[in-house]
Unconditional design. Sequence first.
Length: 176
Amino acid sequence: MNIYQFIGRNVDITEAMRSYAEGKIGKLDRFSDRIVDAKVVMSYAEHRSVNPAKVEVQINVPHGVIRAEEWGQDTYAAVDLVVDKLERQLKRFKGRFIARRHEGAPPPVEEEPDEQQEPTIVRTKRHVLRPMTPEDAAIQMEALGHDFFMFRNAETGAVSVIYLRHDGDYGLIEPA
């Protein structure tokens, strides 16, 4: 990967900072050869006495986005922390990608073809519906490594579902 976009908020990004971040983020290529580009936002919060430097990184990959943010004592420390987080997320993303490729293979036949088994609910999961925008829900869904995410839409107050479409875009299901 060699396409980087740097944005500084309340901080001037020096060549040393840019070079350090590019070097660290560039090493993520060993976890995924599918990284398209990276957007790096470095900011400094003067009101924070502890860990005032923040680094946010968004990596675009085919059919998804990997995003992480971390605070540090300086931008170099924050870059180290955010790259560690991105590394874990890329490993999960790669695992899901490989699993999806194997899902396309036909399953082994264990039953007679004319016998059909009814699907059953094998797991129930409870989820706290936090108010958020659909964009925030998409980021949360990607961070969790899910194909869909249920949330309370902060704009409408309704329960909504955002999901990843086969074409790589997102879909939003809202009640009528």
